[in-house]
Write a protein that binds this ligand. Sequence first.
Ligand code: MN
Length: 186
Amino acid sequence: MTLEKYTKKRDFAKTPEPKGKVHKKSGAVFIVQKHAASHLHYDFRLELDGVLKSWAVPKGPSYNPHEKHLAVEVEDHPIEYASFEGIIPAGEYGGGTVMLWDSGTWEPIKDPHEGYKKGLLKFELHGKKLKGAWSLVRFKNSSGSKPNWLLVKMDDEFANSISDDDLLESNSVKTGRSLDEIKHGK
Ligand code: MN
């Protein structure tokens, strides 16, 4: 695992994002950041092998198992990123406002290394907002630097427990702030 791409994209003299490092001891951190960059999206991150594997989900997660939402795999992020909320300056990579939208732990349902290689990850989320079983499925023939996956809620007792609007419009789990309040430094 390496953070080379992450580090290359950023100027740490200008952005408040953490530089971070690859961790030797592996935990099970799970977070989602709501990111108002050039396009609003939700960054879905799962700790694996000392880094946060990361996907940008333009429509955000949905509790409806019939909603299959595009999740574009992006560069690994450092574990230190899991508590980041704030403003990335305009002109910098990912410039815009970042809200820590959900956080907790995750539990792979099958071997996550095998699953990641095959392009089928199934897992339980123990977040404040996202709970129960979910899956990430990679498109066949999707490779290159930004492989396309689908993020899908699996059918269980949590399925359809909240509407997409109520879910997506909820505030920061870190500070209770809205995107606007974070943007204006309240
Ligand atoms: Mn992002």
